[in-house]
Design a binder for this molecule. Sequence first.
Ligand SMILES: *[C@@H]1O[C@H](CO)[C@@H](O)[C@H](O)[C@H]1NC(C)=O
Ligand SMILES: *[C@@H]1O[C@H](CO)[C@@H](O)[C@H](O)[C@H]1NC(C)=O
Ligand SMILES: *[C@@H]1O[C@H](CO)[C@@H](O)[C@H](O)[C@H]1NC(C)=O
Ligand SMILES: *[C@@H]1O[C@H](CO)[C@@H](O)[C@H](O)[C@H]1NC(C)=O
Ligand SMILES: *[C@@H]1O[C@H](CO)[C@@H](O)[C@H](O)[C@H]1NC(C)=O
Length: 632
Amino acid sequence: RRMGLPALTLLLVARLLHTQASPPVRSFQLDYEEDCFRKDGAPFRYISGSIHYARVPRPAWRDRLLKMYMSGLSAVQVYIPWNYHEPLPGVYDFAGDRDVEAFLDLTAELGLLVILRPGPYICAEWEMGGLPAWLLWKPDIILRSSDPAYLAAVDSWLHVLLPKIKPRLYQHGGNIISVQVENEYGSYYACDYGYLRHLLGSFRALLGSEVLLFTTDGTRAEELRCGTLQGLYATVDFGPGSNVTEAFGAQRQVEPKGPLVNSEYYTGWLDYWGEAHASTSSVRVAQGLEDMLQLGASINMQSPFLQLPSLPWPGADFKDQYKPVTTSYDYDAPLSEAGDPTEKLFAIRTVISKFQPLPVGPMPPATPKYHPSLSLQYADLLDVLDVLCPSGPIQSQFPLTFEAIKQIHGFVLYRTQLPRDVLDPATLGAPPHSICDRGYVMLQKYRGTLERDGQTALHVTGSTGDTLDVLLENMGRISFGANISDFKGLLGNLSLDSSPLRNWLIYPLAIDTAVQQGWPHAALPKLSSGDRAGPAFYTGTFETPGIAWDTFVKFPGWSKGQLWINGFNLGRYWPLRGPQQTLFVPGSVLHIGRPNNITVLELEGAPSTPLLLFLDRPLFNRTLSHSTAATE
Ligand SMILES: *[C@@H]1O[C@H](CO)[C@@H](O)[C@H](O)[C@H]1NC(C)=O
Ligand SMILES: *[C@@H]1O[C@H](CO)[C@@H](O)[C@H](O)[C@H]1NC(C)=O
Ligand SMILES: *[C@@H]1O[C@H](CO)[C@@H](O)[C@H](O)[C@H]1NC(C)=O
Ligand SMILES: *[C@@H]1O[C@H](CO)[C@@H](O)[C@H](O)[C@H]1NC(C)=O
Ligand SMILES: *[C@@H]1O[C@H](CO)[C@@H](O)[C@H](O)[C@H]1NC(C)=O
């Protein structure tokens, strides 16, 4: 039977009224009846991937996001590293590569939803888990707790950040569907519900009552106990090695109803210096994804789509010992560090296509890479201290930490004189856990390296008044676990046969700033002769042909150091330890038609012919055998 016209009109009016009344026009909510999300009232689940904008150069943002969109993802998950945007207390940086609003604009332009993770703690294998190291200027601060000093810093940051976020929330016409509070808080020893409650209050006050707030934790009972809070939807994280039924069963213990969500499905894993390159098989990643999607779960894949590593940001872990993360954050991810699609990406895309339509059009292919080679000139670090430390040294009877002299990243040089003749070799050493993280020792010449959780003593000889220099390197603050109050520098006394050395000159070095400002190309340093061991700069120039292609730099015969091109800090190389053997150079840092300046700071020893090679692919997996690494 056909409906009469008046009845049809009534029905239309009723439908119109219904959609206008409830649910509201733009909404993103939890549905506890149907165990799903509801977007504008309709059942919804997301398939998302993580992207760390802070690890991708801005010129490559659109390319990476487009490839994520073309993979069939409906959303991206985005961390905001606090220390990247508030480098000093009350000093904010949202310009250039740090323009998070421009990045969020791009996600919206490409039609991607955003799951935002503004911290304040994020982990992300990022220096100090995203917390600013200046928090440690108050040495007894209890991070990630209700310590009033910590909360005051958090609140002033959130008052700057969250007002930028609010107009971008889905309810307000934007593309941010949900916001995570803290990160894996249940893995932290403090288990301070007062802190989580405080954050909940601040997020609600600054973002409003409608936005969906959630937490993410591991699946162990104690993690879910300390990481969750009434008012924050609890989600879990686990990788392809986990039993999907059991892992979501853990989420059901704390959220008996509502959508199943894996907020970090690990498509790969990070690398530590000195260990084998991590890899996760495409087949297992794809199978695990399919199993979860079949259950109707919402998934975010961690960290599939990246990455430019850039100093000083790689963090470290503490598992029995200090373990710094490699420069590369390739992660064996579906999209390589250079943004090239991998076999894993296509396997994931095939799984996604079984559950939702893929966008029309081809996946952009791998880009060509550039590979010239070049040789370099040389300058000893000790000969250019005036350039690297224009303010001059600080005098102190005993060593001071980086934090005590307000140096956040990089290097500090500690200098003193031998108080007596040392004719027979004496032990130059430091108490355990006081070299943070590596000290390069020079006494007339380079004598070797002291290392956190490694060699903490050397044998030296010399005469009264000889200059002893120890260059201390921060290898990244611990980003996970109980030890994130990770002070840097010489944390204890350096002693000669157990008698503490005194009368130090402490040089906070601003190497990054000097190189960014064009040094040493602008003012050529005094060259010194002698052997090539110990900290020194090597510089040169090279030309690129018509197109600034991406490339990878290899360091044949070099030991350990840092690379800059045109003032851009491309991170640490450490071929002696591996597994990473090459550094990624995004084409966007290269100049076309004029020389590119290259600066290498080699810390231990360069080859007699200092040559760099440019390759068209990365080398990740060359780890020295244990015995070779130990005698290095
Ligand atoms: C996963 O765990 C469930 C419940 O413990 C068990 O029944 C199932 O056999 C497990 N699946 C696999 C693949 O191990
Ligand atoms: C990397 O090298 C180590 C040691 O040689 C080896 O055990 C591991 O399987 C390799 N990993 C990959 C992904 O090739
Ligand atoms: C790291 O934290 C653990 C647990 O609190 C503690 O036992 C250990 O001493 C800490 N290590 C360092 C080097 O601070
Ligand atoms: C260094 O030695 C001096 C003199 O023995 C002592 O007073 C001081 O506390 C020591 N510093 C540290 C950090 O251990
Ligand atoms: C590169 O070096 C030249 C001199 O060789 C200098 O004029 C220029 O400022 C440097 N550029 C950068 C970006 O460092």
